[in-house]
Design a protein around this ligand. Sequence first.
Ligand SMILES: [Zn+2]
Ligand SMILES: [Zn+2]
Length: 370
Amino acid sequence: METFALSLDRVVRDAPGWYQGDFHCHTHHSDGTLSAAELARLARTEGMDFLAITDHNTLDAYAHFGAPDGLCVIPGLEITFDRGHYNVFGIVQDAGWLRPVRQGPTQLNWAKQGLDLNDLLAASAADGLLNSINHPLLPPWAWLFDDSHLAHIHCLEIWNDPSWPDNRVGNPLALALWTGWLNAGYRITAIGGSDFHRPVNQPGVRKPPDRLGLPRTFVYAEQLSGAAILQGLRRRQVYVSMGAQVTFQAYHAGQVYPIGAEVGMMDGDLELEAEVTPAGRGGVARLIGNGVILAEQTLPWAESPGAAYALHHSARLAPDAPVWFRLEVLDGNGLLSAVTNPIFAGPRPAPVMTRYGDFVDVAQPALRAR
Ligand SMILES: [Zn+2]
Ligand SMILES: [Zn+2]
């Protein structure tokens, strides 16, 4: 069994806390322009704690990272078909299901492969890895595998670098898709990923430069190691932000429930408490329950750097009614500035809709056209 160069067990910092990083970027081993060392240096310059390396259908960059000072490099892969892309996190050794992917070009032709996508997703999940659908509604790289079973999906990439104009179309649709999944009973972790390829474009290329670490995903982990960060993803103790700092927790019967927690089948009042430190001027923060606004706090335009604004809502629980709560922050332009994963209460529903295609709005065919 071939073992790859990156480890999940390397401990970069042995302390629990919120760690920040990027779950999606490329090196020159696929279609990026930076070397592994240059990418690691940029991540540290940008103040990031972790970086998931996700080249298209190759793990060649793994051997070139070494053990960068202060940075946790999470082994990943962007499995790239002409019908959609997904990240797999935690690959440290070879497996049979990986072979057709690693032997192919940076974009595999689905029709030629003779693979079953659900078999691929199930095989990586059975190996203890996490599957994350990338930029699901970003033209022209939207996810077209309508038969894919959501039971195999651990994460959804709801947010890519908004300086890329098409992401301003895809990001809100991805957030709406995730909301639909939550309402249907799925407890899939929402993450961000810049999809960084290059820090500067060639002269004459009409595209803005990519920004590593925008948006940034914050994960609460027991320590800074690949294993602990991925465990934080499984617990959904995660929020995504363009710079706003947030706290969000719930209180019930003397217990504290953090972001991602499951309160269980309780009755009585659940006290939701949040605090937002905005990154810019103006905006609004909202507590959302099952997709509906429960409480709002205007963030003032007046400049007061570092000021924090509190939100509170008291939610009456019914033990047989599933409900989820999350915090959203919009900036002064109405664009998403931060979103947390939910706190869940009530029974864990058995979703009736089980396939990706059950959720995608058929009124958006242009976004998914090839
Ligand atoms: Zn992609
Ligand atoms: Zn990518």
